[in-house]
Design a protein around this ligand. Sequence first.
Ligand SMILES: [Zn+2]
Length: 172
Amino acid sequence: MIQLPMTKRDYFEGYPQHIRDQVEQLIKSGNLKKHLLAKYPIGHQINSDKQLYEYANALKQKYMKKSPQIDKVKYGKQKDLVIDALGTHTFVSLNHGGKLKNKHEIRIAMSLKIAPKEMLEMLVVHELAHFKEKDHNKAFYNLCEYMQPNYCEVEVDMLLFLTLLDQGEELY
Ligand SMILES: [Zn+2]
Protein backbone atom coordinates (compact mmCIF):
# COMPACT_ATOMS: atom_id res chain seq x y z
CA MET A 1 0.00 0.00 0.00
CA ILE A 2 1.30 3.43 -0.92
CA GLN A 3 1.44 6.09 1.75
CA LEU A 4 -0.49 9.12 0.59
CA PRO A 5 1.74 12.16 0.31
CA MET A 6 1.56 15.17 2.63
CA THR A 7 -0.88 13.78 5.13
CA LYS A 8 -0.45 12.96 8.78
CA ARG A 9 -2.40 9.79 8.48
CA ASP A 10 -3.73 7.52 5.83
CA TYR A 11 -7.50 7.87 5.98
CA PHE A 12 -7.90 5.56 3.01
CA GLU A 13 -6.16 2.58 4.55
CA GLY A 14 -7.99 -0.56 3.52
CA TYR A 15 -9.76 1.09 0.56
CA PRO A 16 -9.52 -0.52 -2.89
CA GLN A 17 -6.44 0.43 -4.89
CA HIS A 18 -8.39 2.27 -7.63
CA ILE A 19 -9.91 4.60 -5.03
CA ARG A 20 -6.49 5.13 -3.43
CA ASP A 21 -5.05 5.96 -6.85
CA GLN A 22 -7.78 8.54 -7.48
CA VAL A 23 -7.22 10.13 -4.09
CA GLU A 24 -3.46 10.25 -4.57
CA GLN A 25 -3.94 11.88 -7.96
CA LEU A 26 -6.26 14.49 -6.48
CA ILE A 27 -3.80 15.36 -3.70
CA LYS A 28 -0.76 15.46 -5.98
CA SER A 29 -2.52 17.70 -8.50
CA GLY A 30 -3.23 20.25 -5.76
CA ASN A 31 -6.94 20.26 -6.66
CA LEU A 32 -8.30 18.73 -3.48
CA LYS A 33 -9.80 21.95 -2.13
CA LYS A 34 -11.22 22.96 -5.51
CA HIS A 35 -12.77 19.52 -5.92
CA LEU A 36 -14.42 19.63 -2.49
CA LEU A 37 -15.65 23.20 -2.89
CA ALA A 38 -17.27 22.41 -6.23
CA LYS A 39 -19.12 19.50 -4.68
CA TYR A 40 -19.85 21.08 -1.30
CA PRO A 41 -20.19 24.84 -1.77
CA ILE A 42 -22.13 25.47 1.44
CA GLY A 43 -20.97 25.11 5.02
CA HIS A 44 -23.48 24.34 7.76
CA GLN A 45 -24.54 27.11 10.13
CA ILE A 46 -24.95 24.98 13.22
CA ASN A 47 -22.64 26.69 15.65
CA SER A 48 -23.96 26.10 19.14
CA ASP A 49 -24.65 22.94 21.10
CA LYS A 50 -28.30 23.98 21.30
CA GLN A 51 -28.57 24.22 17.51
CA LEU A 52 -26.75 20.90 17.19
CA TYR A 53 -29.17 19.21 19.56
CA GLU A 54 -32.18 20.59 17.69
CA TYR A 55 -30.69 19.50 14.37
CA ALA A 56 -29.99 15.93 15.55
CA ASN A 57 -33.35 15.68 17.24
CA ALA A 58 -35.20 16.79 14.10
CA LEU A 59 -33.46 14.08 12.08
CA LYS A 60 -34.22 11.53 14.78
CA GLN A 61 -37.90 12.51 14.91
CA LYS A 62 -38.14 12.27 11.14
CA TYR A 63 -36.50 8.89 10.64
CA MET A 64 -36.19 7.11 13.97
CA LYS A 65 -39.26 8.22 15.86
CA LYS A 66 -39.53 5.01 17.85
CA SER A 67 -35.94 5.01 19.10
CA PRO A 68 -35.21 6.32 22.57
CA GLN A 69 -34.88 10.03 23.05
CA ILE A 70 -31.45 11.66 22.63
CA ASP A 71 -30.29 13.06 25.93
CA LYS A 72 -27.42 15.25 24.87
CA VAL A 73 -25.75 16.41 21.67
CA LYS A 74 -22.73 18.67 21.77
CA TYR A 75 -19.47 19.69 20.19
CA GLY A 76 -16.42 18.36 21.99
CA LYS A 77 -12.69 17.89 21.69
CA GLN A 78 -11.69 14.74 19.86
CA LYS A 79 -8.13 13.54 19.63
CA ASP A 80 -8.21 11.27 16.67
CA LEU A 81 -9.85 12.38 13.46
CA VAL A 82 -11.41 9.22 12.18
CA ILE A 83 -15.11 8.86 11.54
CA ASP A 84 -16.06 7.07 14.70
CA ALA A 85 -13.99 9.51 16.72
CA LEU A 86 -15.37 12.56 14.92
CA GLY A 87 -18.75 11.63 16.14
CA THR A 88 -19.18 9.45 19.15
CA HIS A 89 -22.24 8.05 20.71
CA THR A 90 -22.26 6.96 24.29
CA PHE A 91 -24.75 4.97 26.20
CA VAL A 92 -24.30 5.98 29.79
CA SER A 93 -25.99 3.79 32.32
CA LEU A 94 -27.01 5.68 35.41
CA ASN A 95 -28.31 4.12 38.52
CA HIS A 96 -31.55 5.83 39.53
CA GLY A 97 -32.88 4.34 42.72
CA GLY A 98 -31.87 0.84 41.70
CA LYS A 99 -33.13 1.28 38.12
CA LEU A 100 -30.67 1.37 35.27
CA LYS A 101 -31.31 4.20 32.89
CA ASN A 102 -29.71 4.47 29.49
CA LYS A 103 -28.63 7.90 28.36
CA HIS A 104 -28.00 8.44 24.69
CA GLU A 105 -25.45 11.11 23.95
CA ILE A 106 -23.81 12.28 20.74
CA ARG A 107 -20.63 14.27 20.57
CA ILE A 108 -19.33 15.86 17.39
CA ALA A 109 -15.70 16.99 16.99
CA MET A 110 -15.03 20.73 17.31
CA SER A 111 -13.12 20.61 14.05
CA LEU A 112 -16.43 19.93 12.30
CA LYS A 113 -17.89 23.29 13.33
CA ILE A 114 -16.69 24.51 9.95
CA ALA A 115 -17.62 21.81 7.47
CA PRO A 116 -19.97 21.10 4.57
CA LYS A 117 -23.57 20.71 5.67
CA GLU A 118 -23.75 17.26 4.08
CA MET A 119 -20.82 16.10 6.23
CA LEU A 120 -22.34 17.24 9.51
CA GLU A 121 -25.52 15.49 8.43
CA MET A 122 -23.52 12.33 7.63
CA LEU A 123 -21.93 12.27 11.08
CA VAL A 124 -25.19 12.83 12.91
CA VAL A 125 -26.86 10.16 10.77
CA HIS A 126 -23.98 7.76 11.54
CA GLU A 127 -24.30 8.28 15.27
CA LEU A 128 -28.10 8.06 15.21
CA ALA A 129 -27.85 4.76 13.33
CA HIS A 130 -25.66 3.45 16.16
CA PHE A 131 -28.61 3.92 18.50
CA LYS A 132 -30.11 0.94 16.70
CA GLU A 133 -27.14 -0.95 15.28
CA LYS A 134 -23.92 -1.18 17.29
CA ASP A 135 -21.81 -2.59 14.43
CA HIS A 136 -21.03 -1.32 10.96
CA ASN A 137 -23.03 -4.05 9.29
CA LYS A 138 -25.40 -4.09 6.32
CA ALA A 139 -28.38 -3.09 8.43
CA PHE A 140 -26.38 -0.17 9.81
CA TYR A 141 -25.50 1.18 6.35
CA ASN A 142 -29.05 0.60 5.11
CA LEU A 143 -30.33 2.73 7.97
CA CYS A 144 -27.75 5.44 7.19
CA GLU A 145 -28.76 5.50 3.53
CA TYR A 146 -32.42 5.64 4.48
CA MET A 147 -31.72 8.85 6.39
CA GLN A 148 -29.23 10.28 3.87
CA PRO A 149 -29.48 8.67 0.42
CA ASN A 150 -25.89 9.52 -0.65
CA TYR A 151 -24.49 8.62 2.78
CA CYS A 152 -21.68 6.35 1.51
CA GLU A 153 -20.43 8.91 -1.00
CA VAL A 154 -20.35 11.62 1.68
CA GLU A 155 -18.50 9.26 4.04
CA VAL A 156 -15.69 8.86 1.48
CA ASP A 157 -15.66 12.62 0.78
CA MET A 158 -15.38 13.22 4.52
CA LEU A 159 -12.02 11.42 4.41
CA LEU A 160 -10.93 13.79 1.65
CA PHE A 161 -12.05 16.72 3.80
CA LEU A 162 -10.01 15.39 6.75
CA THR A 163 -7.01 15.01 4.46
CA LEU A 164 -7.42 18.69 3.54
CA LEU A 165 -7.57 19.72 7.21
CA ASP A 166 -4.43 17.65 7.88
CA GLN A 167 -2.66 19.78 5.29
CA GLY A 168 -3.40 22.79 7.46
CA GLU A 169 -6.02 24.11 5.04
CA GLU A 170 -9.64 25.12 5.56
CA LEU A 171 -12.47 24.64 3.12
CA TYR A 172 -14.38 27.89 3.70
ZN1 LIG B 1 -19.63 3.94 13.75
